[in-house]
Design a protein around this ligand. Structure first.
Ligand SMILES: [Zn+2]
Length: 153
């Protein structure tokens, strides 16, 4: 196995994935879906949603609603990631939970069928992405050289 090529391909793939997912989350999820700061096409929305799901944000509707709660009462009792209330560790590791999201923060989001699809299918989508990666490695012959290189005595 050509380790130099493998490392370059892995590094560039990781970098490309970071660019796509950061663009989808920062521009799409935050600026577009949460704050409505610009208009775009349905195709671009789908691109945002695919990138958002690959970034493992879970449900985009949940993220947007919780972010709107954060803006409505920053560092207050309604803010779901108020570090003073839940601690810095939960904020840093994004392990905070929201017992209840008032519908006023998400009502308009349910009018977008693409967001509703992502909300209902994010787990299945991630499962299929994982299956596609495994299938690709098997069908492309990627498993054999990788395992032989790693498991060689
Ligand atoms: Zn914001």
């Amino acid at each position: 196995m050509n380790w130099e090529l493998f490392l370059w391909a892995t590094g560039l793939g990781f970098l490309w994935c970071q660019i796509i997912t950061h663009y989808s989350v920062s521009v799409g999820l935050h600026r577009y879906f949460a704050h409505g700061q610009f208009r775009t096409s349905k195709i671009h929305e789908w691109g945002f949603i695919i990138g958002i799901l690959i970034a493992c944000v879970r449900t985009p509707i949940g993220w947007v609603a919780s972010h709107r709660m954060h803006h409505a009462d920053t560092e207050g009792p309604l803010d779901p990631h108020n570090w003073k209330a839940i601690g810095k560790w939960k904020v840093a590791t994004t392990t905070w939970t929201i017992p209840k999201i008032p519908i006023k923060f998400a009502k308009d989001l349910y009018d977008n069928p693409r967001l509703v699809w992502a909300h209902n299918n994010w787990k299945t989508f991630l499962l299929h992405i994982g299956q596609c990666v495994c299938l690709y490695l098997h069908t492309s012959g990627g498993v054999q050289p990788l395992c032989h290189s790693c498991l060689r005595r």
